[in-house]
Design a protein around this ligand. Structure first.
Ligand code: NDP
Length: 335
C-alpha cells in the first residue's frame, strides 16, 4: 500500500510514517524543511519505501498536484499547532482551512487512486464549553462552532488558544463540506485527539522547537514550571502511538469511512503528572514545582467519550504513566 502524509516531519506525522513503514507500506511525506526530512530518512532507514517531497506552502493547491498521484491513502496532518499568535488568521486559521481545502481538492482532481483521506482534526473541533454542566461528556456529535464566532467578534486580539480551536473546527467542517458538495470519489475519515503525549521521534533541534503538547511535559523537568495548576477543563490525554495507530485503522477499516473519532485515554492533572515523574523519574524530582500539589487532582476527570474509537478502531489506550515516562525519556537530552 502507498500513503501520502502531509506534515510528515511533525510529532504525530512521524509516528504515522513509522508505523506504516513497519507494516511494509510505501510512504511519501510532504516537508517544508529538507533537514527535518533528512532526519526522518536517517531514522527510518527504509530505502526507497520512504520519500519526501517539498511542499513549502500547504495553502497552494498546485503544490500537491504531483504529491497525491499514485497513492492509495492520504493522511492530512500538517496544520499549525501553537497557542500564541499575533495574527490569528495569518498564523493559524488560514493555513488550517486553506491547507485542508487545497489538499482535498488536489486529491479530488489528481489523486485518482486515493481511496480515503484521513484528516487530523482535534478535540478542539468538538469541545465547545458547557459551563452549565461541568460533568458534560463530549461525543463525536459535538462541534465547537462557537470558537469561530468568538474569533469573529474579537478579531486580532482574540486569544491564541481560541484561534487554534477555530482553525481546527473550521478546517474539519471545510473538509466534510468539500466531500459532500463535490461528491468526491474518495472517502473521508477524521481523527479528533485530545492533548497528545508520548515519545518525540521527529526532528527537534532545541527545546524551544518542541511541539506544543510535548513542550507542556518538558516544562515539568526543565524547571520552567513554578506551580502545579489545579485540575482544569479538558485536561485529557492520548499517547501519540495510539494516535498513529488510530489514523491507520481509520484509513483501512471499511466501517471508519465517513466517521470522526475522538481519541482520549482519560484525564490528567498537573499533580498526577508530577507524581508520576517523582515516582518513575526521581532524577528530575528537584525540578518539579513545589507549589500546587493537590491530592484531589490525583483522580482527574474523563471528559470525552472514547467508546467509538475502542469499538470501531480497536484502540487499547496506553496508560498515562507509560506515556509520560516515554515522553520524558525521549526529550531528556534538552535538559
Ligand atoms: P507539530 O507542531 O509537530 O506539527 C505541525 C505540522 O504542521 C508540522 O509538520 C508543520 O510543518 C506543519 N505546519 C505548521 N504550520 C504550517 C503552515 N503554516 N504551513 C504548512 N505546514 C505547517 O505538532 P503535532 O504533530 O502535534 O500536530 C500535527 C497535527 O495534529 C496538527 O494538525 C494538530 O492540530 C493536530 N493535533 C495535535 C494535538 C497534540 O496535542 N499534539 C492534539 C490534537 C490535534 P514543519 O514540520 O515543517 O514545522
Amino acid at each position: 500500500q502507498r500513503a501520502l502524509i502531509t506534515g510528515v516531519t511533525s510529532y504525530i506525522g512521524a509516528h504515522i510514517a513509522q508505523q506504516l513503514l513497519e507494516k511494509g507500506w510505501y510512504v511519501r511525506g510532504t516537508v517544508r524543511t529538507q533537514a527535518k526530512g533528512q532526519w526522518l530518512h536517517d531514522t527510518f532507514k527504509a530505502g526507497d519505501r520512504f520519500e519526501t517531497v517539498e511542499v513549502k506552502d500547504v495553502q497552494k493547491k498546485e503544490l500537491f498536484t504531483e504529491a497525491v498521484k499514485g497513492v492509495d491513502y492520504v493522511f492530512h496532518v500538517a496544520s499549525p499547532f501553537f497557542l500564541t499568535s499575533t495574527d490569528p488568521y495569518e498564523d493559524l486559521i488560514n493555513p488550517a482551512i486553506n491547507g485542508t481545502l487545497s489538499l482535498v481538492s488536489a486529491v479530488h482532481e489528481h489523486g485518482q487512486g486515493v481511496k480515503r483521506v484521513v484528516v487530523t482534526s482535534s478535540v478542539a473541533a468538538v469541545a465547545q464549553p458547557h459551563p452549565e454542566d461541568p460533568n458534560y461528556v463530549y461525543t463525536e456529535a459535538d462541534w465547537n462552532d462557537a470558537a469561530m464566532q468568538i474569533v469573529e467578534k474579537e478579531g486580532k486580539n482574540v486569544n491564541g488558544g481560541l484561534a487554534y480551536m477555530a482553525s481546527k473546527n473550521e478546517a474539519e467542517r471545510a473538509a466534510w463540506r468539500f466531500v459532500e458538495q463535490n461528491k468526491a470519489k474518495f472517502e473521508l475519515a477524521v481523527i479528533n485527539p485530545v492533548l497528545v503525549f508520548g515519545p518525540a521521534i521527529h526532528h527537534v533541534a532545541k527545546a524551544e522547537d518542541l511541539n506544543t503538547s510535548v513542550a507542556f511535559l518538558y516544562m515539568f523537568i526543565s524547571g520552567a514550571k513554578t506551580t502545579l495548576n489545579p485540575q482544569a477543563p479538558f485536561n485529557n490525554y492520548v499517547d501519540v502511538r495510539d494516535v498513529a495507530h488510530a489514523h491507520i485503522q481509520a484509513a483501512v477499516l471499511p466501517e471508519a469511512a465517513g466517521e470522526r473519532f475522538i481519541l482520549s485515554a482519560g484525564g490528567f492533572s498537573d499533580t498526577l503528572i508530577a507524581s508520576i515523574i517523582k515516582k518513575r523519574l526521581p532524577q528530575y524530582a528537584d525540578k518539579l514545582p513545589k507549589e500546587g500539589w493537590n491530592e484531589k487532582d490525583l483522580k482527574p476527570k474523563t471528559e470525552a467519550d472514547n467508546s467509538k474509537s475502542r469499538k470501531v478502531l480497536g484502540i487499547d489506550y496506553i496508560p498515562l504513566e507509560k506515556s509520560v515516562v516515554d515522553t520524558i525519556e525521549s526529550i531528556k537530552q534538552f535538559i
